[in-house]
Structures are given as C-alpha cells and as structure tokens.
Design a protein. Structure first.
Length: 405
C-alpha cells in the first residue's frame, strides 16, 4: 500500500522537477540572448538594450492574458501545451544558424517569442505552487527558488560551453530541456480550473483591480517595480559589458560570473529556509536595500578579480533573498480565487521595468562605461528603503505563515 505522506508529496516533487527543467531552459535562454548580441554579433550596448526592450514587449501584452488563462483552464494541460510550444523556437533558430542566416533581428525575434511563451506560462505555474505545496507558502516558495535556481545553473553552464560544443548543439539541448519538463508536468495530478461557472470567470483586468484595492500588495509590487528598473537592470544589461570590456572575458567567463552570482542566491535561500516562516519579512526586505548599496558601490570601483567574484556572491545573496520575499509575501496575501491574476501583475512589474531599464542603461553604457550602469541602483536602493519604511505598511506587516506556525 502506498504511503499517504509520500503520495501527498509526489505532486510537489513533480512540480519542482518540471519547474527546474523549465528554469534550466530559460536560464540558458537568458545567457544565449545576451551573448549572441554581445559576444557573437558584438553589438554596442545601446543596440543590445534596444533588443532587450523589444524582447520584453510581448510579455507586456500577454502576461495578464496568461493569468486569465491560468485561472480558466486545467493547470496540467495548460502547462503541457506551454512546454511543447517552448521547445520549438530553439530548433527553428538552430536551422537558421546552420543555414548561415543568423542576424540581429533573428536574435530579437527569438527573444520575443520565448519571452511571450514564458509570460503565458508563468502565472499558471506560480499559482499551481499553492495547490501542491506540503509546507507553508514561505518555505514552499523558498524551496522552489532553491531547486529551480540550482538546476538552472546547468543551463548557464551549457551556455558557457557555447564556443566549444557549438551553437547548434546548445540550441538542441535547450529544446530537450523543455521536452523533459513536459514529462514531469504530465506526472502531476489533474489541476482543474479555479473558476468553473461562466458567470464567475475572471476578466483580464481583474488582477489589476484586486492589486489596486489591496494597499500592501500594491505597495510591495510598486517597490519591486522600482527595484527592477535599475537593480535587476544592472545585472541584465550592465554585467555582460563589464565582463567583456572591463575584465576582457569570453562566454565561459560570463557563464562563470552568472554561476557565482547564483551561488550567492542559492546559499541565501538555503539559509533563509532555516529561519522561516519569518514573522516580519518586510523588514528584512527593506534592510537588504541598504546592504545592496555597499555591494554595488564596491563593484563600481572595478575591484580585482578575486574581490569581483566575492561581490558577485554578495549581490546574488542580496537579490536572492529580496526576490524570494516578494514572491512569498504576494503568494500569502493573494486571494486563492485570483492568485494567477495577482501573480501575473507581480510578474508584469518585472516585465514593464525591463524594457525601460534596458534602453536607459544601454544608452548610459554606450555614452560612458559599463561600470556606470551600477550607479542608479545605489540611489534606487536608498529610495526603496525610505519609501518602504515611511510610505508603506511593509515594515509592520506580520506574516500569516508565522502566525499559523
């Protein structure tokens, strides 16, 4: 007879497996998109920033739709379709590359299509977590982040082998990762739609209305948007040019820097898991804004390579904790009936900020130096701390998970 405890854990394990394989493919996608522009096509920073902003345009349109569809359709079936769709673009780009036709606009199109499918998938995948989790949401989200980030490093490692194994091989492997994730999705139990009655089905703007009515969710997503503008933007846009122009690195070096950053992110979440559930997660989130100022300031000074690696670990530690706290807190506060749509608004805050920061930081780097991209994040981090303490309820928010412990 099957142990009921093991049976209850099985959906969560399959969920982690599918999400981790998806993340490996998407981590590889992030590496490929950036290095194809910066390292292979050798485009200047302003053109790479423009390409990044174009690639983020489809999610602006499709993310809320993804939240709507995630609440309307069976989660297992919906994610199965997403995995199949995601496996196709890498194979198309592989064919284009072998035909010697790869260009700037092909890379842009590749990024746009992959980002579009990702935006359709993410809200449903995030919302499914609360339906399969066997622990409180803080711990469940943290374990998910640890597993997906850890497995995602395989994708980054594979990208770092680009110059030795060839682009075609890497693209085929990327497609295979998404198809492998499909097997894990099919092993999940059926996930019926949360809205079954036609009169109760959510409208596409419902998530925005719900977020606006909830002050704490609204404040947290707003602060996350401000942070994503230049903190995440410095990592996405500035870092590859710091690697290439300041430290004269190649694809393997860039992959190593990304892995070192993720070591900090994974390590911080493992440590965070020990202390969860946190009673006041908002206070930790705000205090970490101050530590980020020191990290970015030291990076701006162009440290020697050994110190650069240590600071990348510290940056990853900082970003890992803050990102997890935002996700887990919004998960806690979101109404279960509209969780996909509320999470789609959170994801939208990342997406909206990305094209803005990509263009601004790309132009800033092109007109000055890659290290300049770090400076706005210093001032933004201080602004987030001040606004968070004085103008939001985040400092005094008491976690629901901690009260249920």
């Amino acid at each position: 007879m099957l142990d009921p405890t093991r049976a209850n854990r099985a959906p969560y394990i399959w969920y982690l497996t599918s999400s981790s394989l998806w993340m490996a493919g998407m981590s590889l996608q992030g590496f490929l998109f950036t290095w194809l522009l910066v390292g292979i096509l050798e485009r200047p920073a302003d053109e790479a920033g423009f390409a990044r902003s174009l690639a983020e345009f489809p999610p602006l349109v499709m993310l809320l739709l993804g939240g709507l569809l995630g609440d309307r359709y069976n989660g297992r079936s919906y994610l199965s379709v997403m995995h199949i769709l995601m496996a196709l673009p890498p194979l198309l780009v592989c064919y284009v590359y072998l035909d010697d036709a790869l260009s700037y606009w092909w890379v842009v199109a590749f990024g746009m299509v992959m980002a579009g499918i990702q935006s359709l998938s993410d809200p449903a995948r995030q919302a499914m977590l609360s339906r399969v989790a066997t622990l409180d949401l803080q711990r469940s989200v943290t374990i998910m982040v640890i597993c997906t980030t850890l497995v995602g490093q395989f994708g980054v490692y594979l990208g770092g082998r680009l110059e030795s194994v060839g682009l075609a091989t890497v693209l085929v492997c990327q497609s295979a990762l998404f198809l492998a994730g499909l097997g894990a999705v099919r092993a999940l139990p059926s996930m019926p739609a949360t809205h079954t009655g036609s009169q109760e089905r959510p409208r596409i703007g419902e998530g925005l209305k719900i977020v606006w009515r909830s002050k704490l969710i609204r404040d947290l997503i707003t602060l996350n948007f401000i942070s994503s503008l230049f903190n995440a933007g410095a990592y996405i846009i500035g870092l590859p040019y710091i690697v290439r122009e300041v430290y004269q690195g190649d694809a393997a070096f860039y992959a190593m820097v990304m892995i070192v950053f993720s070591i900090g992110s994974i390590g911080s979440n493992v440590g965070l898991l020990y202390f969860m559930p946190l009673r006041f997660p908002g206070r930790l989130y705000l205090l970490l804004q101050l530590t980020r100022i020191g990290v970015l300031g030291l990076l701006w000074l162009k440290p020697p390579l050994w110190l650069f690696y240590l600071l990348m670990v510290a940056w990853g530690l900082n970003m890992g904790v803050t990102t997890t706290l935002v996700r887990s807190t919004v998960q806690e506060l979101a109404d279960a009936k509209y969780r996909s749509q509320i999470l789609s608004v959170l994801l939208l805050s990342f997406i909206v900020s990305s094209p803005i920061s990509s263009i601004l930081l790309g132009v800033l780097i092109a007109q000055s130096s890659p290290m300049t991209a770090l400076l706005p994040g210093i001032f933004i981090s201080l602004l987030i701390f001040v606004l968070g303490v004085m103008g939001s309820g985040l400092w005094n928010y008491r976690s629901i998970s901690a009260d249920q412990k």
